[in-house]
Design a protein around this ligand. Structure first.
Ligand code: IMP
Ligand code: MG
Length: 181
């Protein structure tokens, strides 16, 4: 087994995006956001659980002051396919009214979660809201608002690592792996 692959009982996973490539993308996104939000004291809202590593790395690429909060959603479904319903598990603690909000997602797949989150946070009347996602399944995602900041466009494929899980496993991996099984 090559060292850019691992196997479980049911699936083979291969490196798709390396740790180095992730770091480069996160640096680029940090630069973009630092320019866009200079002097605005934006608040990052990370979506748990998947975005925890991405948020941690992204905010360390910010050269302007910012704040950080988290929101947790759950989707009913199995390990690889969400069931099409989203619920709010934990709301943000911060007051978002009149704040510049940057929502941080690990991955946008169908677009359902990010649409739910946008509708939910808009009710808090932020001054602005923009979206950053490390991965975007461009051909699959249906969203009727712009996703301004994207790390990587990927196909309709299942990935794990760097925060992303398969039934809660593999979030700790430094690279992003894909499986076709
Ligand atoms: P959406 O609501 O269909 O856009 O799905 C978003 C959520 O599903 C993400 O935040 C992930 O938790 C999960 N998800 C979607 N695609 C993948 C994947 O390829 N690997 C791991 N989790 C995924
Ligand atoms: Mg998941």
């Amino acid at each position: 087994m090559p060292d850019n692959q691992f196997k479980t009982e049911t699936h083979t996973f291969s490196v798709m995006i390396s740790e180095q490539e992730i770091r480069k993308a996160v640096q680029r996104l940090g630069k973009e956001l630092s320019q866009k939000y200079a002097g605005k004291n934006p608040i990052f809202v990370g979506i748990l659980n998947g975005s925890f590593l991405f948020v941690a790395d992204l905010v360390r690429e910010m050269s302007v002051e910012c704040e950080i909060d988290f929101l947790k959603i759950g989707s009913y479904g199995n390990a690889m396919h969400s069931a099409g319903t989203v619920r709010l598990d934990k709301d943000v603690s911060a007051q978002l009214t009149d704040r510049h909000v940057i929502v941080v997602e690990d991955i946008i797949d169908s677009g359902l979660s990010v649409t739910f989150i946008r509708n939910h946070l808009m009710e808090k009347k932020p001054a602005s809201m923009s979206f950053v996602t490390l991965l975007l399944k461009k051909e699959k995602a249906v969203v009727d608002f712009p996703i301004e900041h994207v790390g990587f466009d990927i196909g309709n494929e299942f990935v794990v690592g760097y925060g992303l899980d398969f039934a809660q496993r593999f979030r700790h991996l430094k690279d992003i792996y894909v499986t076709y099984d």
